[in-house]
Design a protein around this ligand. Structure first.
Ligand code: ZN
Length: 497
């Protein structure tokens, strides 16, 4: 006879295995599947989703959870029980009919959104958005909340995060960040990013992208790098992590920093404890913490001068025609150009969080029912002007630019900005723990930082909530200070401040 905990673990592992099959099918769809495979693949994905949902809500799992005490002395057991209970509770509270309804409404909403964006006409998308908001409010009410519906949606992506706390931190960040962007923008000294729009053959880009990913610790014996329209990282186990990127021959940063970003997610997945594979102890904490790892490697390390002190000679040799006359300083300046713009996915690391604050503030009001759908375009444009100092000429460049709302995804956006803030806190803590880290990076030693992240973050699985982990590792709760200090120190020299 196995103990209730062992039975629980067996069920949890099976759910994790099914989900990993699902993610491989999805990866294949995005990378290698021939076009005619789509219809059958949709059916395969749909049956997988149903199997996972049935397992997640099975009465057997409910019974096991009923007999188990979440206060188990062993932290591994306690974590696995607590997190399984959390996902079980969420799954059983939302009836399968409601899940199905949202899936079908969002299929139509996505098509309407694509048309509306093409015509730059929000009114075509508005009725679909209203319907999705109604359904997501119902989801939030069923999951339960203390009056702030957004909490129930946010916690799907960032367990334990409170809307009020996030709002407070963003409100604190908004002023100083906007002011810093204005300062940079008004300076007469600025880097020249045009050198990044010369010619960069895809084959040479791929070679460099692979070198950089491997250097920061991505193990190609336990992972792959392929091409897809939208870059992503999907990890089915620590021994099999799939990254994708896309090569743009007339724009250097897309594939290089895109790969570093996804490889940052990838080293987190590969660094999870394989002993706890398919269980919460062997899984990533939250989207915010995941994003902190991608941003740390992409921006804080990958766009730093020391990083390129090591790699620029090799990069310059690989792109001799385009970079032959470009010095290291010109190059590092170019990859750190700050330019307030309308489109989030093209935003630099300084203005990025302002795009997120805008979306978070609007989403929160929409879910609470305090902002009418019809008023979204105007609210969007007003906030864009206020935060970034630029005005969208139309809805395609404004409130219709992101796919998220058409998928019924609310509460996801803030995790990007939380990731940036967490990343700055981890980055500062790593520098305190490894005093010669800058010199190590300039000398091509990324192993020391990788090991530190592995020990302090990856290996903990879901043992702590994001907020707890940040406080434990950095000695400070979620804070804007390390992020602002990092930005000022890094960007001021490029702009003669
Ligand atoms: Zn990411």
């Amino acid at each position: 006879m196995s103990s209730p905990y062992e039975s629980l673990l067996k069920s949890v592992r099976e759910i994790g295995q099914l989900e990993s099959v699902e993610s491989l099918l999805d990866w294949d769809l995005e990378t290698h599947m021939p076009p005619n495979g789509l219809k059958a693949r949709a059916e395969q994905l749909s049956i997988m989703a149903r199997l996972v949902h049935d397992r997640r809500t099975s009465p057997h799992l409910g019974e096991l959870l009923g007999t188990l005490n979440g206060d188990a002395a062993d932290p591994v057991q306690a974590t696995n029980i607590r997190e399984t209970r959390r996902t079980y509770d969420r799954a059983v509270k939302v009836p399968v009919e409601l899940v199905g309804k949202i899936a079908s409404v969002s299929t139509h909403a996505k098509a309407a959104w694509a048309r509306a964006r093409k015509d730059s006409d929000f009114t075509q998308f508005a009725p679909h958005l209203s319907e999705l908001l109604e359904l997501k409010r119902e989801v939030a009410d069923r999951i339960g909340h203390d009056g702030e519906r957004y909490d129930a949606l946010l916690s799907e992506f960032e367990p334990g995060a409170q809307t009020a706390q996030v709002a407070e931190v963003f409100a604190e960040l908004r002023g100083p960040l906007s002011k810093f962007v204005t300062q940079l923008n008004q300076s007469s000294t600025r880097p020249d990013p045009s050198i990044l729009c010369r010619r960069f053959p895809a084959a040479a880009q791929e070679k460099l992208a692979r070198t950089l990913a491997a250097a920061i610790g991505f193990d190609f014996k336990s992972g792959r790098l392929d091409v897809s329209t939208h870059p992503f990282c999907s990890g089915s186990t620590p021994h099999d992590v799939r990254l994708t990127t896309r090569y743009q021959e007339d724009f250097f940063p897309a594939a290089i920093f895109g790969t570093l970003h996804e490889a940052g997610h990838g080293v987190y997945e590969q660094g999870l404890d394989a002993e706890h594979m398919f269980t919460p102890m062997g899984s990533a904490i939250s989207l915010g913490i995941h994003e902190s790892q991608s941003r740390l490697w992409e921006n804080m390390v990958g766009r730093s001068r020391p990083f390129w002190e090591h790699f620029y000679p090799e990069c310059k040799a690989a792109f001799a025609e385009s970079f032959g006359d470009v010095s290291l300083d010109q190059f590092v300046g170019a990859i750190n150009t700050v330019q307030p713009s309308l489109i989030r996915v093209e935003a630099d690391e300084v203005t990025y969080n302002l795009h997120i604050i805008l979306r978070f503030e609007l989403e929160r009001e929409m879910i609470a029912g305090r902002l009418d759908v019809a008023d979204i375009p105007e609210a969007w444009n007003t906030k864009t002007k206020e935060l970034l100092g630029v005005s969208p000429p139309d809805d395609a460049n404004g409130c219709l630019q992101d796919i998220h709302w058409s998928m019924g995804t609310f509460g996801y956006f803030p995790t990007y900005a939380l990731g940036n803030l967490y990343a700055a806190q981890f980055h500062a803590a790593a520098h305190r723990a490894i005093p010669d880290l800058t010199q190590r990076i300039a000398a091509g030693d990324f192993r020391t930082l990788h090991e530190w992240l592995r020990t302090n973050i990856y290996r903990n699985g879901q043992r702590y909530r994001a907020g707890e982990l940040v406080e434990l590792v950095t000695g400070q709760p979620l804070s804007i200070e390390p992020f602002m200090a990092y930005l000022r120190e890094k960007f001021s020299p490029f702009y003669g401040l």
